[in-house]
Design a binder for this molecule. Structure first.
Ligand code: OGA
Ligand code: NI
Length: 355
């Protein structure tokens, strides 16, 4: 009889653990409801260094905070805001905005709606569970469960708004109205942001919008349950976003960190604020002027956390459209760093370089 080597055996166990977890359709929240005190092996991140935990490094850095109040009314204010946006996108790839035009009540209600979907372990929730992203609405734990080396401590409800928006009745009833309303308002904010970004690059105000940067949208309402062993896992491993721009709404729990000058800096929650970050696709078309920066999410043992990431542009739905750095930004001193290629090719290249 040939006994499998320990390596093969543990690999086999891992696969069945993943499959059983996926088949439960209850996500990480389902595990936590079961009352566990130790996290399953599949969630353990061997390279996660707890010394790098939030709070262990007191940093002088803060994610830039930009007040958009008056941006469309007062020309001198607008010019100042554009300078701040340029500086943040060049040096951080991240910023937070306040007075962005989405009422605090809409933000609150949106976080509540996403929480309302994730918290009860209902049959209705299981019916949304799928790994097929061609579905207009999907609930899943870990988009890359079967590809990644370790799973993360989160569940996500996702919906694409453009180019194929869901009909309201396709969304879970518990958050249907607020999801429609929030999606509409974030899209409008996206237009404002792409205008500011275009001007920050010295381009015509409509340049990025005309390139259809805001046309494809994908939203993910994440739920990070409390974790009994938070130092062994992550809510989101270090990554960059693939699209042009992400708008992130987070509750007041905290856990998002941004890599800045080799330090993990907390993107601390601020009431009413939204976090904005540059994605890989924007880095490519700006010829590396605006930076797509790595970030991650820590979990904690006390509180669950809710966030909503709205991505403008995504490589989740492959397109044959070709992109290269914007011609107006190039010169003899600043030759193109990328050839013409699809966004999937660009993102794969950038990610390969980062490993
Ligand atoms: C993402 C992401 C951060 C968060 O969805 O890409 O980085 O705080 N989310 O949920
Ligand atoms: Ni991200």
């Amino acid at each position: 009889m040939i006994l499998p080597s320990p390596g093969v055996e543990s690999e086999y166990d891992r696969k069945s653990e993943l499959k059983a977890f996926d088949a439960s359709k209850s996500g990480v929240k389902g595990l936590v409801d079961g009352g566990m005190t130790k996290i399953p092996l599949m969630f353990i991140h061997p390279h996660y260094n707890p010394d790098a935990k939030s709070g262990s490094v007191v940093s002088q850095f803060r994610v830039p905070l930009i007040d958009l109040d008056g941006v469309n009314e007062i020309a001198t204010l607008r010019a100042k805001i554009i300078d701040q946006v340029r500086e943040a996108c060049e040096n951080w790839g991240f910023l937070q905005v306040v007075n962005h035009g989405i009422p605090a009540s809409v933000l609150e209600e949106m976080l509540g709606g996403i929480r309302g979907f994730h918290e009860p372990d209902t049959q209705m929730k299981k019916e949304f569970y799928t790994r097929d992203f061609k579905e207009k609405v999907s609930f899943v734990s870990n988009f890359d469960l079967f590809q990644a080396t370790a799973a993360t401590w989160k569940d996500s409800l996702s919906w694409a708004v453009a180019p194929n928006p869901p009909h309201p009745t396709e969304l879970p009833a518990v958050c249907r109205d607020i999801v429609m309303e929030y999606s509409k308002q974030v899209k409008r904010l996206g237009y404002t942001l792409f205008e500011l970004l275009s001007e920050a690059l010295g381009l015509h105000v409509n340049h990025l919008k005309d390139m259809e940067c805001a046309e494809m949208m994908f939203h993910a309402g994440h739920y990070y349950p409390p974790c009994p062993e938070p130092e062994l896992t992550l809510g989101a491993r270090r990554h960059t976003d693939s699209g042009f721009l992400t708008v992130l709404l987070q509750d007041q729990v905290g856990g998002l960190q941004v890599l800045h000058q080799n330090q993990w800096i907390d993107a601390s929650p601020m009431p009413g604020a939204l976090v904005i970050n540059v994605g890989d696709s924007l880095q490519v078309i700006t010829n590396d002027r605006f930076k797509s920066i790595e970030h991650r999410v820590l979990v904690n043992s006390e509180s669950s956390r809710v966030s909503v990431a709205s991505a403008f542009g995504t490589t989740l739905f492959p397109s044959s459209k070709l992109y290269s750095p914007i011609k107006e930004l190039l010169s003899q001193e600043n030759p193109p760093k990328y050839k013409e290629a699809t966004l999937q090719t660009h993102v794969a290249y950038l990610r390969g370089k980062r490993v």
